[in-house]
Design a protein. Structure first.
Length: 194
């Protein structure tokens, strides 16, 4: 399979994943649910503008968030903007580096701070959920985060997809590991949620 075919297959997998997640939530009455979204550092009008812009640019995740809000859910400021901006800045430095040495330095610098930033983000997100969740909530979070162990013990979590399998798919795809396992994981991501 060529690189372009592989990338298109990945895009189909991601689309099917979000379709499965969407069908699951379409079957629920989400009125009054609180939505906690990875990377969302605002709520209210500004938060909705961010959601709408990302949805209009094609983000399947944000398109789903927008649909849920239209059905009565509400977004909650999930992240600390200053922490998210540090991470974005590190990624921008890599992308904007003009030389191989500059790019290598930016990658090294980012790799050194990435774990610490993820830990800070996870603590902040868990604290936000613990202190704001009133009844039912939906957490859309990247597979490499670790939020659930940090949640208050009285918060009941229902996972709709196994974080570990999503992370394994991402690693397997991007590192071009065992193709059979990648296909197996892609099928899991696309499968209906029961």
């Amino acid at each position: 399979m060529s690189g372009e075919e592989t990338w298109n297959e990945h895009k189909r997998t991601v689309a099917h994943f979000w379709e499965a997640i969407g069908r699951y939530f379409d079957a629920l009455d989400v009125s009054g649910y609180q939505i906690y979204q990875d990377g969302l550092a605002a709520d209210g009008a500004l938060g909705m503008r961010i959601v709408e812009e990302a949805a209009s640019r094609g983000s399947l995740n944000y398109q789903l968030v927008k649909r849920l809000v239209e059905r009565g859910a509400r977004i909650v400021k999930t992240e600390d903007a200053s922490i998210v901006l540090k991470e974005v800045q590190g990624i921008k430095e890599i992308a904007n580096a003009r030389t191989l040495a500059g790019k290598s330095w930016a990658v090294l610098k980012y790799e050194r701070m990435k774990g610490k930033l993820l830990e800070e983000r996870d603590r902040y997100i868990a604290h936000t959920i613990n202190s704001t969740l009133e009844q039912d909530g939906i957490l859309f979070i990247g597979a490499f985060h670790s939020i659930i162990p940090r949640l208050d013990k009285d918060i009941v979590v229902e996972k709709v997809k196994a974080r570990e399998k999503v992370a394994e798919y991402q690693k397997s795809f991007f590192l071009r590991q065992k193709q059979a396992r990648t296909k197996e994981l892609a099928a899991y991501l696309a499968a209906a949620i029961e």
